[in-house]
Design a protein around this ligand. Structure first.
Ligand code: 5GP
Length: 206
C-alpha cells in the first residue's frame, strides 16, 4: 500500500535491534484517516472471506483493528496481556514472547468471546518473528474457531514470522513489507508491490 510506505519513509525511524519506530502515526499518535484507508484495503484483500470477528492483541493492534472493523461490520476482540494466569477456566490462555519488550506474557481471551462458529481475521500492527500472531492462532484453535486470515500493517520481511505463518497455509496480507532497514543510515527498503499497482503483494510474490 503506497500510502503507508510513503508515510513510513517520511516519518518512520529505524532503531538499533531491528525496531522500526512509527510512533508519530501508528503506535502513539494515531492517524485515523490512514487507519481508515488501511481498513478499506484489508476489506478488499479479504473480501471473499466470511469474516464475523476481528481478533487483535493489546495495545497497539486495537486502534487499527477497530477502524478496520468498520469496513467489515464485525466486532473486535482483543487478547489481554495478563500478569498472572487466571485458572478459573473461563479464559483461553497462551504465552507470547514480546519482540519489543523481550519478555513473555500470558495472554487471555474470555471463552464468552470466541466460539467454534467464529471465522476470524487477525489484525496487528507489526509482524516480526510471528510470536504474537502464532499466539492468537493458538487462542482461536483452542476455541475451535476458524482463522480466515491475518492482516498486518507493517511486516518486517527479513524476520521469520511471515514465512512461518504463510507456511501454515494461512492468508497473510501485509500492507507494507520492509525488506531491509539500516539504523545507521536510516534507510528503509520495501518489497516491490504487485505489478498491477493495486497495492497488496499478491500471493505469487511472497
Ligand atoms: P512478533 O511477535 O511478530 O515477533 O512481533 C510483533 C509484535 O511486536 C507486534 O505486536 C508489535 O507490537 C511488536 N513489534 C515487533 N517489531 C516491531 C517494530 O519494529 N516496531 C514496532 N513499533 N513494534 C514492533
Amino acid at each position: 500500500m503506497k500510502l503507508l510506505e510513503e508515510r513510513i519513509r517520511k516519518d518512520g525511524v529505524v532503531k538499533p535491534g531491528n525496531v522500526l519506530k512509527v510512533d508519530s502515526f501508528l503506535n502513539h499518535r494515531m492517524d485515523v484517516e490512514l487507519f481508515d484507508a488501511m481498513g478499506a484495503e484489508f476489506k478488499r484483500l479479504f473480501a471473499k472471506r466470511p469474516i464475523n470477528k476481528i481478533l487483535t492483541i493489546e495495545a497497539s493492534g486495537i486502534g487499527i483493528a477497530c477502524v478496520a472493523a468498520q469496513h467489515f461490520h464485525v466486532p473486535v476482540v482483543f487478547a489481554k496481556k495478563s500478569q498472572s494466569i487466571n485458572l478459573d477456566g473461563e479464559s483461553y490462555v497462551t504465552q507470547i514472547q514480546s519482540f519489543t519488550h523481550k519478555r513473555v506474557y500470558d495472554v487471555i481471551v474470555s471463552k464468552k468471546y470466541l466460539s467454534p462458529e467464529d471465522h476470524i481475521l487477525i489484525v496487528d500492527d507489526f509482524l516480526a518473528n510471528g510470536c504474537a500472531v502464532i499466539g492468537l492462532i493458538e487462542l482461536i484453535q483452542s476455541a475451535g474457531a476458524t482463522v480466515e486470515g491475518v492482516g498486518i500493517a507493517v511486516e518486517k520481511g527479513f524476520q521469520e514470522g511471515g514465512v512461518l505463518i504463510r507456511g501454515r497455509g494461512i492468508q497473510v496480507e501485509s500492507l507494507a513489507i520492509v525488506e531491509s532497514m539500516d539504523a545507521e543510515t536510516g534507510t528503509i527498503e520495501f518489497r516491490p508491490q504487485d505489478p498491477e499497482g493495486k497495492g497488496g503483494y499478491g500471493a505469487e510474490s511472497l
